[in-house]
Design a protein around this ligand. Structure first.
Ligand code: ADP
Length: 479
């Protein structure tokens, strides 16, 4: 029997049964039952966050440190259980689920430390006898809207800095992964957050999310999701003159040069393109390969793809879990059909797989002979699908890599210091990897991209302060 998970509004767990989530590895398995908020609950949550802000923003480092540290410790202590639950509701493998949970704990630990390192600046004024102080203050009520693909890490990397810098929160997670969201909120609530500081409103984006966008009392919105919804967040935020930060898609290139270490390049491609079922905004969906290594690289990638174990996310042997749901599966299959219509050669996979339990299993797909102009090269698919673009040399590879409406991550596999250095300088992406997969980043350094991938200040690490604080300049005449 499942327990009804409720929304947290002004310190109270509220709501009636409204939705449930399904295990994508076994659609007969209902993970849990969740309250579904409406616009009125969203408004109550916003009002509670607004009322809690004056006190929380003045609470001082020790109170914030205590809550964030306690949350980090509990998440770490429960990493196997939470990681398993995450894998069950989202479909990434057990190892990936536990890894993501550990990362959430590390993020809370990092920002617990940051509360003790808050600082300002003091400078003499150009006017004699006057002192100038520059300090940072919380922004106010922060709306946090998250996607399904990192059910615990993305909420963690938004909630932790928001709390550390003294903001209060209305958190709306993606409908597909309420269990992970509820768990993190439950942990923070029990860690001692005062009522109203963190509110959870599970429900539909078009209802709860939209109510957040439309509220004049939400002072900042941090959003991760699709480009389409990101644009709505932007338009609504400009209307209310609020801060906003968007993390959206990617069409990340992995360049493989003739002088690459083949084993490294194949590892990078398999990990970057297909792990987490390709459902990462940092996935390497364009494999840009120079002529001299093309055939050897393609053969080695196909060989590795053939050995990958695709199956139930909760089976420890599984390397690639199912696609998250029917809608995403259809999108993946539609793009595979589009690639074929466009004239790319489907050299591996792309077909549905049957397993012991009914689930959304798809064999990872590899296209050859694609051009950078094809839709499969320009639009984010968000599944285990990658295409190889054959190029003449490094210069052409760089030009193709940069020719995209996105700019989140990019990677290069090469043993040439010259090309690696040139690529780091000239790749038009927010994050650049040399001999590493395009996906997989540290938790304590900035995350974000350019163009259609991101908007606003960076997330993660100390750079997160830029979004979650506002600067005050104060002048004092000493007399
Ligand atoms: P994805 O394709 O990854 O599901 P979405 O942009 O649809 O991306 O969803 C990301 C988040 O945005 C989810 O939490 C979703 O519920 C929310 N969302 C969707 N529509 C809206 C909207 N109109 N206003 C605010 N949030 C929304």
């Amino acid at each position: 029997m499942t327990v009804l998970r409720k929304n947290l509004i002004d310190g109270e767990w509220l709501g009636e049964a409204g939705s449930h989530n399904i295990n994508p590895s076994n659609t007969n398995d209902v993970v849990g039952e969740y309250a579904s908020a409406g616009p009125e609950e969203a408004r109550q949550a916003i009002a509670a966050a607004k009322a809690a802000f004056p006190s929380w923003s003045r609470s001082g480092p020790l109170a914030r440190h205590a809550v964030l540290k306690k949350a980090s410790d509990e998440i770490m202590a429960r990493k196997d259980e939470i990681g398993r639950s995450l894998a069950r509701e989202e479909g990434k493998t057990l190892a990936e689920g536990v890894g993501e949970t550990i990362r959430a704990a590390q993020i809370f630990d990092f920002f617990a430390g940051e509360t003790l390192r808050l600082s300002g600046e003091m400078v003499p004024s150009v006017r004699p006898g006057v002192g100038v102080e520059m300090t940072r203050e919380g922004v106010g009520v922060v709306g946090i809207i998250t996607p399904w693909n990192f059910p615990i890490a993305i909420p963690a990397w938004k909630i932790a800095p928001a709390l550390a810098y003294g903001n209060t929160i209305v958190f709306k997670p993606a409908e597909l992964v309420p269990e992970s969201a509820w768990t993190i909120v439950d942990i923070l609530h029990r860690a001692g957050l005062p009522k109203g500081v963190l509110n959870l409103v599970m429900g539909k984006g078009s209802v709860v999310g939209q109510a957040m966008l439309d509220s004049p009392d939400v002072n900042a919105i941090s959003f991760t999701g699709s480009v389409g919804t990101g644009k709505r967040v932007a338009a609504a935020s400009v209307e209310h003159m609020r801060k906003f930060q968007l993390e959206m898609g990617g069409k990340n290139p992995l360049v493989v040069l003739d002088d690459a270490d083949l084993a490294v390049a194949v590892d990078c491609a398999i990990n970057g393109a297909y792990f987490s079922t390709g459902q990462r905004c940092t996935a390497s969906s364009r494999l840009i390969v120079t002529e001299g290594i093309h055939d050897r690289f393609v053969d080695a990638v196909k060989e590795r793809l053939d050995k990958l174990v695709i199956g139930d996310a909760l089976d420890a042997k599984t390397q690639i879990g199912p696609v998250v749901d029917q809608t995403q599966l259809k999108q993946d299959e539609d793009y595979i059909a589009i690639g074929r219509q466009e004239g790319a050669e489907l050299a591996f996979g792309g077909e549905r797989l049957e397993r012991e339990t009914p689930g959304f299993y798809l064999r990872p797909a590899l296209f050859l002979g694609s051009t950078n102009a094809m839709r499969i090269s320009r639009e984010e698919i968000f599944g285990p699908v990658a295409n190889v673009i054959r190029v003449k040399d490094y210069d052409e590879a760089l030009a193709v890599a940069n020719d995209t409406p996105f700019g989140l991550t990019s990677g290069i596999c090469t043993t040439s210091l010259k090309h690696a250095t040139h690529f780091k300088r000239n790749s038009e992406a927010g994050m650049v990897m040399v001999n590493l997969p395009t996906a997989g980043v540290d938790f304590h350094v900035p995350f974000g991209g350019r163009r259609g991938s991101s908007y606003g200040p960076r997330e993660q690490g100390r750079y997160a302060m830029e979004f979650y604080t506002t600067v005050k300049t104060a002048y004092t005449l000493a007399g």
